[in-house]
Write a protein that binds this ligand. Structure first.
Ligand SMILES: [Zn+2]
Length: 198
């Protein structure tokens, strides 16, 4: 089904081949067509412009896009020609991503008791009109959460280990269900485990 193929994810690399985001196949093809990106073949790291790519014939066992006169291969990785960042790849504010940003670590005492023993704490408590956002939510262990209760860190005499902010996109924020086998070649372990500085 064409729509489904066009919605598939493509890993986007910047000019230094560092992963900076995930785009749909549809968007990647537009970037390819307007020459702001090239397709990377994960098998041999060859780069393809639109005219090269559109001449390739998909193998029988791979997904393809049926164009007007031909069939197109589906890109899995593209590299940006000009830009270092993809401005639209904001990290979704979700429970899962807060855990990742905070490295499964209580932001008050530094404990790493495992995800079931961690809760999401509103720095400015909801009882004091605190909202759920990247800069007002941190991970807290159950003990710290209990101790802080409906107070600000200042009121509770507790200190945050770092100021919570919206993280920059990194491969670890790509949803598990949008990861593609070939991406692992471009995403090093160090990259997945990198300690966030924000
Ligand atoms: Zn704690």
């Amino acid at each position: 089904m064409l729509a489904r193929v066009l919605e598939r994810p493509t890993l986007v690399l910047n000019r230094n081949w560092q992963p900076v985001g995930v785009a749909t196949v549809a968007r990647s093809l537009v970037m390819l067509w307007n020459e702001s990106a090239r397709v990377v073949d994960p098998a041999d790291y060859r780069l393809y412009s639109w005219s090269d790519w559109s001449r390739l014939v998909p193998r029988d066992d791979e997904p393809f896009i049926r164009a007007v006169r031909s069939r197109l291969r589906v890109p899995e990785v593209v590299v940006l020609v000009r830009y270092d960042r993809l401005p639209t790849s904001a990290v979704t504010f979700s429970r899962r991503n807060v855990y990742k940003r905070d490295h499964y670590t209580c932001q008050y005492c530094g404990a790493q008791p495992g995800s079931e023993e961690l809760t999401i704490d509103h720095v400015l408590p909801r009882a004091q009109s605190g909202i759920s956002s990247w800069d007002n939510c941190v991970l807290a262990c159950i003990a710290c959460n209990k101790r802080k209760a409906d107070r600000t860190p200042h009121q509770a005499g507790m200190r945050l280990r770092s100021t919570p902010v919206r993280p920059a996109w990194r491969p670890m924020y790509a949803a598990a269900n949008v990861r593609i086998e070939s991406w692992s070649k471009f995403i090093s372990e160090a990259y997945w485990n990198v300690k966030l500085k924000e």
